[in-house]
Write a protein that binds this ligand. Structure first.
Ligand SMILES: [Zn+2]
Ligand SMILES: [Zn+2]
Length: 141
């Protein structure tokens, strides 16, 4: 796996702390999780500061977000094209070790009128933890 060691460009102390927190947590943390981690570096940092800096980091292309309806956004410091799988029940996100989907025949910019600069594939399902809980309650699906 290639690790992108790129440093944030527009540097504020808070932004660096937020980026470091996201990178240390690695496994697609939520803003809340990043907030608690960033506090280890800057004790006085507020959630709104963390949230604002996450937005800047995403705009700058240093982080990507994984969002789905009904769950909060998850942040990923791996900005390479890769696939995810997300649990419908708890919202947990994991990388999916499959070849990145080839979209080269598709022209989303033309179809949508958007300036499309990225693609993110997220599969959905039920994680092991949630499945065990469901099984132990005897609710087969
Ligand atoms: Zn789950
Ligand atoms: Zn990922």
């Amino acid at each position: 796996m290639t690790v992108n060691m790129k440093k944030p460009r527009r540097g504020s102390k808070q932004k660096t702390a937020v980026f470091n927190a996201a990178r240390k947590l690695a496994n697609h943390p939520t803003a809340q999780e990043i907030f608690f981690k960033a506090k280890e570096e800057i004790m006085s940092i507020s959630f709104s500061t963390v949230y604002r800096n996450l937005g800047i980091l995403v705009d700058d292309g240093d982080l990507i977000t994984i969002t789905s309806s009904g769950s909060e956004a998850h942040y990923d410091d791996n900005i390479e094209n890769h696939c995810h799988v997300q649990c419908r029940n708890c919202g947990k996100v994991r990388d999916l070790d499959v070849p990145a989907v080839d979209f080269s025949g598709i022209l989303p910019s033309e179809a949508s009128g958007f300036t499309v600069d990225g693609v993110c594939v997220t599969f959905t399902g039920t994680c092991n933890n949630c499945r065990e809980k469901t099984d132990s309650k005897g609710e087969q699906r």
